[in-house]
Design a protein around this ligand. Structure first.
Ligand code: ADP
Ligand code: ASP
Ligand code: MG
Length: 411
């Protein structure tokens, strides 16, 4: 008998039929003697719909109200799931974030969970009631509703599992586990029976949206066993493990992540003097824009550099305007940008002990005539920036190069 947190994503609660299927699984696990806490996302498409409505009215400038709006999607699915459970004769009760509460900081639309009060959940569980918690939402110290960033229901689930010391956090979604890369892009992608928490953190942060990056952070920090599973069929899914399995030889590359959400800005002929990077990027960060990759190289002997960095595509226009002003003030050359780039990354703890992964990856891209615009590396990942038209080809090529397709390992 275990304490389980089940999390169901948008597609898994996308219709009344799907919600009934969710209720049936929860009922089955309860009948097997487990105690279950359910976390739900909004029905698929609902958060996009609400976001578009708010943004059309200028909601970008009113993040507090955007959060009230966005959080309503999860409120509806929590209630519907509780109703469906009761329909099956399973005692259930919905909980909104402010009813527990789930405390967050005040960073609207990207808040971080700070504390979860578990008393109400424990009381419900002790009384044989299944709590159905609205994912993605939180409560700031000033009493306003927050949301955790798109995809954030995963983080609600793992944080709850940590707070309740659950035996496992089961993330039910529309794929049957974590794959070597997005199976919607590479059909020969393979389900990974296990993936280390470190690799999963890199993959999630580098764009594999199967798990919200902060949920993986929580799993690592609090040692929560997380399993990604299909809500449509039974199967072992993928276990996110905290320890590397010494008995198994680590593959060089475990997975490939990518993101289309990128844009690049270059400042030409920047004077090669101290303080330049900070003069260019300071104003960008001051606007709350996150900078990802940065490359600077000496362009000529006259003491001038080219300075290039990437930002999220949604921040591109704002970043370009800010950097143009900063470049003028520095007496630098023209500022040029490209919002049609993508980032492709290979991830694997096996890279630590093996050189040559980068060379192999670059050679594979060269063979397909794919130009690499920027490169960044860390101990267990290599990322390249490419023209967006090469995304699918690049991912497939790299997937083949590292032999990631093929039969599944042990489940
Ligand atoms: P949910 O609504 O259940 O939270 P998401 O759409 O957020 O589901 O995440 C699941 C999706 O993540 C899959 O449908 C798949 O297209 C995508 N994905 C990206 N990378 C991977 C990967 N490496 N393994 C599995 N799925 C991935
Ligand atoms: N409904 C929210 C979103 O679409 C949160 C989630 O699904 O995890 O981003
Ligand atoms: Mg998701």
């Amino acid at each position: 008998m275990a304490l389980l947190v089940h999390k169901y994503g948008g597609t898994s609660v996308g219709s009344l039929e799907r919600i009934e299927a969710v209720a049936a699984r929860v009922a089955r696990h309860c009948a097997e003697g487990h105690r279950v806490v359910v976390v739900v996302s909004a029905m698929s498409g609902e958060t996009n719909r609400l976001q578009a409505l708010g943004l059309d009215l200028g909601g970008q400038a009113v993040p507090r109200e955007m959060d009230v709006l966005l959080a309503s999607g999860e409120q509806a699915s929590a209630a519907l799931t509780a109703i469906a459970l009761k329909g099956l004769g399973v005692p259930a009760q919905s909980f909104l974030a402010d009813q527990l509460p789930i405390r967050t900081d005040s960073a609207h639309t990207r808040a971080r969970i700070e504390h979860i009060a578990t008393e109400a959940l424990c009381d419900a569980l002790d009384g044989g009631v299944v709590p159905v918690v609205a994912g993605f939402q939180g409560l700031a110290v000033d009493g306003s509703i927050t949301t955790l960033g798109r995809g954030g229901s995963d983080t609600t689930a793992v944080a709850l599992a940590a707070a309740l010391k659950a035996d496992e956090c089961q993330i039910y979604t529309d794929v049957d586990g974590v794959y070597t890369t997005d199976p919607r892009v590479v059909s020969s992608a393979r389900r990974l029976p296990r993936v280390t928490f470190e690799e999963m953190l890199e993959m999630a942060s580098l764009g594999s949206k199967v798990l919200h990056p902060r949920s993986v952070e929580f799993a690592g920090k609090y040692g929560v066993p997380v399993r990604v599973l299909s809500s449509f069929e039974e199967g072992p899914g993928t276990l996110i493990t905290l320890e590397e399995d010494d008995s198994m030889e680590q593959p060089l590359v475990s997975g490939i992540a990518f993101t289309r959400d990128e844009a690049k800005i270059s400042v030409r002929a920047v004077p090669d003097v101290p303080g330049v990077a900070s003069s260019l990027l300071g104003p960008v960060s001051a606007c709350g824009i996150e900078v990802d990759m940065i490359v600077q190289n000496l362009a000529n002997d006259g003491g001038q550099n080219d300075f290039t960095f990437t930002v999220k595509r949604g921040d591109y226009d704002r970043a370009l305007a800010v950097v143009r002003d900063a470049a003028d003030a520095l007496g630098a050359g023209p500022v040029v940008g490209d919002a049609k780039i993508v980032k492709v990354s290979v991830v694997g703890v096996g890279m630590r002990s093996h050189a040559g992964v980068a060379t192999q990856m670059f050679a594979a891209l060269a063979k397909e005539n794919i130009n690499i615009q920027m490169i960044s590396t860390s101990e267990i990942k290599i990322s390249v920036v490419l023209d967006e038209k090469y995304l699918e080809l690049a991912v497939r090529t790299i997937h083949d190069t590292f032999g990631l397709e093929g039969a599944e390992g042990e489940g």
